[in-house]
Structures are given as structure tokens and as C-alpha cells.
Design a protein around this ligand. Sequence first.
Ligand code: BGP
Length: 492
Amino acid sequence: MSFPKNFLWGGAVAANQCEGAWLEDGKAPNVTDIMVGIGSKDPGLKWNDETNKWEMALDSQKKYLSHEGIDFYHRYKEDLELMAGMGFNCFRTSIAWGRIFPNGDEEQPNEAGLAYYDELIETMLELGMEPVITLSHYETPLHLLTEYGGWSNHQLIDFWKRYVTTVFERYKGKVKYWLTFNEVNNMMRNPLVAGGVLTLNPKDKNDPIGSTTEKDKWQGYYHICVANAWTVKLCKAIDLNARVGCMLTSSSVATYPYNCDPDNVFGAYNAIRMSHFYFGDPFCLGEIPGYVKRVWREHDCEPQMNDEELRLIKENTVAYFSLSYYRSSTYDGKDSLSGDTGGLIGKENPYLTGCSPEPWCWPIDPKGIRYVLNILYDRYHLPLFIVENGIGLDEKIDASGTIDDPDRMKYVEEHLQYVHEAILDGVDVMGYLYWGPIDVVSAGTGEMKKRYGFIYVDRFNDGTGTLERKIKNSYYRYKEIIETNGDILLEK
Ligand code: BGP
């Protein structure tokens, strides 16, 4: 039994990490434009005592590499042809909300932004790639944060509805796979970027992120659940052939108890619920779970809700579940966990031998992907779509001009073998999209040095480089895997 016949094979990127052109054709800044990496605790914001508002204040000493990205905005044709060269039948990117509604609250969309995505989507279709479009990949327009406080404000729901209606109508019949909020389950750890929440009454005017209250976050959580449901409903009304999925970072589902101490076993389970299922359950089952309500009660931070919207959440669950998986973690007491873009970070797991190179050191656990897929399928009974899995390496071009990256291929092959095991277990897996098939700016650290691509981009942490693209050795292996629909991995 091999991979399913219509398996979606390809790769994934995000507008804010590849497009560049951050202020071109009418686009205004979005939240990632003010960050050198979303892991930064120090966004480019300062409090203005006269207006009593936050305003953008970029640090001239810092390099915001995402502002130019890899110039995908102007080079997407060449890049997509390279993807097609690997046989991709699918490509995931995001629409930057701020290209369509630059400030987020306009009545009319920005035609120049739509024109760009018209051509991008058309090019994918011409090259035989199904577009998979994330509606919000850490790209909340900055104005919505500084003016409205972001998702803790109910008005965001209407702005969002206007945006998604615009793109659903425009790409009707062209885009079949929509994803709502990228890795939104990171919002409790990263309220500004993953949650799109900024407090307008900071207790510390030098700390926009630390000032976010529990109440703001949970209000944002509720509004995002409502917005997710509206997205499903609007899609059904506008394009019956398109489907909406959620997108959660699912590395955290593989949070293993460090040992069999019952406190660690339940603690690990609770960590999974509070970092993952707390969004998965309302998105897929239509219900805000009891363990979330317990937190609201005990921390006095219940959001304002209404019955009509709770019904909307109940009646408009997603059609499929998309996920990223990079690594697993362990749980050993409640203070043992931190996290970054790869997922949760716990104590080192003595049973895992590999990790990505210094300074990132993400543990490598291919068996974990089988575990995660099984748990998610058992819980939600929905088709699962792996839309991110990959490894960041710091590779160089050697003297002969080649870029050898065997560790990347090993990572992909081993993970795909365990995806296949999950398929044998009966899990419905729709596809596998590698993150990021071409080097892009790292989400977490904002650097170029952390390269994921099968295609190299000549750009460096200091911002220099010709932006020339070069094929790495892994490109040919991934092509073979796709050409044989994965069979090559199953040969003994
Ligand atoms: C996910 C994000 C991606 C991506 C990936 C790798 O969290 O959805 O945007 O970049 O992580 O993370 P990083 O770039 O920090 O290595």
C-alpha cells in the first residue's frame, strides 16, 4: 500500500518571509514588518504620550531582512518554475492581508494588491500546482493593532469578513484550499504576532508584549474562533468547491511525559490541551472546551461572548485540519516548558539522538509525526494536511559550486516514512508540503542563515547577496520522491 493516489506533494512559504516589497503597490506595514524575527521581545513600537497610542519605531541598528525577503514579489515566476521542476502539484503561500486592505479597515480593497495575487495564482495553476492559501500567516495589518488593539477588539471580525469575502469572490474556482490563521495556537506565548493582540492600555509603556493581559488574550481567542467560523460560512456561501481548513502548529501534540510520574503524564496532556487542542476543539468540534472555561473561572478572565456567535462556532467547523510538525518535546513539571517557532521546548529527550545544527538545535523525531497524525485523526476524524515540515541548516556552496545537503534529505525521508506508517494505521493524510522549498527569512529569528530550501538563495544575514537561486542536491531527491508518489521511499 503506497501513498494515496491524489496525494498533494509540494512546499510551503509565507508572504512575509519571502515576498519583500514591504511597502510596494500600496501595502502598509503588517505586524511582522516591525519584528526582526517573531521570537523578539522587542518589537519596533513606541508609545506616544501625546496621541496615547503605539506607533511604529523601527530600530536603525537592526536588519529587517523580511522587508526585502527573497524578492519573491518580483521573482515568483522563476521560483514557481523551479518548484514545478520538482513535480509539485501543490504550493502553499499566504495572501498578505495588508496588500489587499493596507490598514485593514478600508471599505474598498487595494486593486494593485489583488492584481499581484491574480498573477501569482494564475501562474501556479498554469504550472499544474493547486494553490493552498493561508489567509493570515502572521500578517495582521499594523494599523489594526495600534488603532484597535487587534483581535481583542470585536470590530476585527467585520474587517476580517470583508477581507475574506473579497478574496473568496476574486479567487472563486481557482483556489480550492484555504487555511485560516497560521499556527494561531501559539497566541498565548506570542500574543502580538500569532494572536494579533496589542494592549491599548499598557501597564508598562516600554513593553508592548509583556503588557498584554490574560483578558486581552482570551478575548482575542474568542474573536478568532468566531472569525474562523465566519470564514467557513462565507466560503460555503461563495464557492462550494473550495474548502476551509485550520492550521495549527502540532509539534506540541508530541509533548511526551518525561517519565511515568502521574503528575507528568497528566501535566503533559494538559500542556497539549492548553497549547493545541484549546484551538483545535472549537475549530473542529465547534465547542470551547471545559478546561479553557476552568482557566477563565480561576483567572477571572472570561471573554465577552454571545449565544449567536457560539452557535456560529458550533455550526461552522473546518473541513480539514492542516498542521506543521518539526519536533517533539518532553514535560517534567510545569516550569519545564518554553517554546519557539518549532513548538514547545522541554528537557532533552535521552531517546532522541539527532538535532538540527547549532545554534538552533531542534531535536529530530520522525516517529513523532506518526504519533501526532494518529492522535489528531482519532480526536477529530478529519482529513489531515501536513503543510509544514522541514529542517533549517546553515549550508554553503562548495568549491565545485554544488550544495550538498544530505541531512535535509534524511530528515524528509524519515518523516515521510512515518507519515506512511500513519497512512497504514488508517489516518487520512491529504498531502505533504515541505517548509520552505526555497530559502526564506526565518520566522523565529529573522535571519537568512537558517536555510530550509531545496533551492538556495544568495542572501545573507547582513543583507548582502545577489538573490541568485541555485539548486541544492536535495532538489533532485525530492523530485524523485514526488515522481514515484513516494514509492521510492518504500523500497526495502
Ligand atoms: C513555523 C512558521 C513558518 C516557518 C517555520 C520555521 O512556525 O509557520 O513561518 O518559518 O515555523 O520556523 P523558523 O523560520 O523560525 O525556523
